[in-house]
Ligand binder design. Structure first.
Ligand SMILES: *Cc1c(COP(=O)(O)O)cnc(C)c1O
Length: 354
């Protein structure tokens, strides 16, 4: 059968009925890539898989949640949606709202959204308001507006977002035939770690009669300058180059701690330097271009391999949450530079050291 998006594939496990109008851009069904080169570079004998969520229609995993949130908003008769965003939520909301013919308003922290993401929200026709504040201020405002006015909030505090996002855990289990032993991912507002943990637990229950599925240890990573869960208090001025996880007071804080504790996992820190190292490694060794926040999962893996955390051969999945083209400025800053040469054969051959 032709692929029809996450709602149709997993409708039995999602809050939809025959009457729900399905707004989809055919999100999901992303590849789970075996990272053999990365495994060799790290010198481990575990199997490492990368779930490349950057291949969703708007370039991040947010689409999985947005298809459900926007479909439900249409079912409920909404005419407008609103979100606060570090960029990817707004890109996704704007695209799905366009498909659903809904008005879309996005609140972004002024000057803190990567160029690719901003261009998406604008070209899909969203009304973009830059707030003179950070993401947490923007989310507070979006919540207030949705409480006072007939506008549906499509941030991950909307439970339909989490429902849609949990389908990525289903896909991993469907691909591997079981859950992995370790699940590495970045943590920002903490909706996604909540969604994955919910997905793994639910799928285990669904299959329990047939076979016993594993539950992974949830390994979440915050950026050093934006690590409220690790520090144990909100961060007033979160700082990191990984803009998608530059969040000082995560909405799903408690749920993230539950995922960590119930799974016997960790929520830990990676520095911007470690994030950039992983970012370069993924693009140069695996041919996978991700945005910096996505590299936090692999930065976490590298850190734990170096600490000797893995005592036996295991199955490891790292989530690559968003595409590298979202933030081209960062790539240009950290990559080798363009060299200018004369337009003649000799000069080019010289430069190539031939
Ligand atoms: C939103 C986002 C995150 C963080 O996810 P949360 O659910 O906020 O924890 C990480 N990476 C990318 C690319 C994102 O868009």
């Amino acid at each position: 059968m032709v692929y029809q998006g996450v709602i149709r594939r997993y409708k039995n496990y999602l809050p939809v009925t025959e009457k729900t109008p399905i707004i989809t851009l055919l999100e999901g069904d992303t590849p789970l890539i075996e990272a053999e080169n990365l495994r060799v570079s790290l010198g481990v004998d575990s199997k490492i898989y990368l779930k490349y969520e950057g291949l969703n229609p708007t370039g991040s995993f947010k689409d999985r949640g947005m298809t459900v949130a926007v479909s439900k908003a249409v079912e409920e008769g909404a005419s407008a949606v609103i979100c606060a965003s570090t960029g990817n939520t707004s890109a996704s909301a704007a695209a799905y709202a366009a498909k659903a013919k809904l008005k879309c308003v996005v609140l972004i922290p002024e000057g803190a959204v990567a160029l690719g993401k901003l261009s998406q929200a604008l070209i899909h026709g969203a009304e973009v308001l830059a707030i003179k504040g950070n993401f947490d201020d923007a989310l507070h405002l979006a919540r207030e507006i949705s409480n006072k006015y007939p506008v549906v909030l499509v941030n991950s505090i909307n439970p339909h977002r989490i429902e849609g996002q949990k389908t990525a855990a289903f896909e991993i289990v469907d691909s591997l035939g079981d859950a992995p032993d370790y699940h590495f991912m970045p943590v920002g507002n903490a909706g996604n770690i909540t969604a994955y943990w919910k997905g793994y637990r639910e799928y285990r229950k669904i299959f329990q009669e047939k076979r016993k599925l594993k539950l992974p240890r949830m390994m979440g990573f915050q950026a050093e300058g934006a690590a409220p869960i690790v520090r144990g208090h909100p961060i007033k001025k979160p700082r990191t180059i990984a803009t998608a996880i530059r969040i000082g007071n995560p909405a799903s804080w408690k749920k993230a701690e539950e995922a960590r504790d119930e799974s016997k996992g960790v929520i830990d820190i990676v520095s911007d330097k470690e994030i950039i190292e992983a970012y370069r490694m993924l693009s140069s060794v695996e041919g996978l271009f991700v945005e910096p926040a996505s590299a936090a999962s692999v930065a976490g893996l590298v850190k734990y391999v170096r600490q000797g955390y893995f005592s036996q051969s295991s199955t490891i999945v790292c989530i690559l949450t968003g595409h590298g083209l979202k933030d081209p400025d960062r790539a240009i800053k950290v990559a080798r530079k363009v060299r200018v040469v004369k337009a003649d054969l000799k000069s080019v051959a010289n430069q190539m050291r031939l």
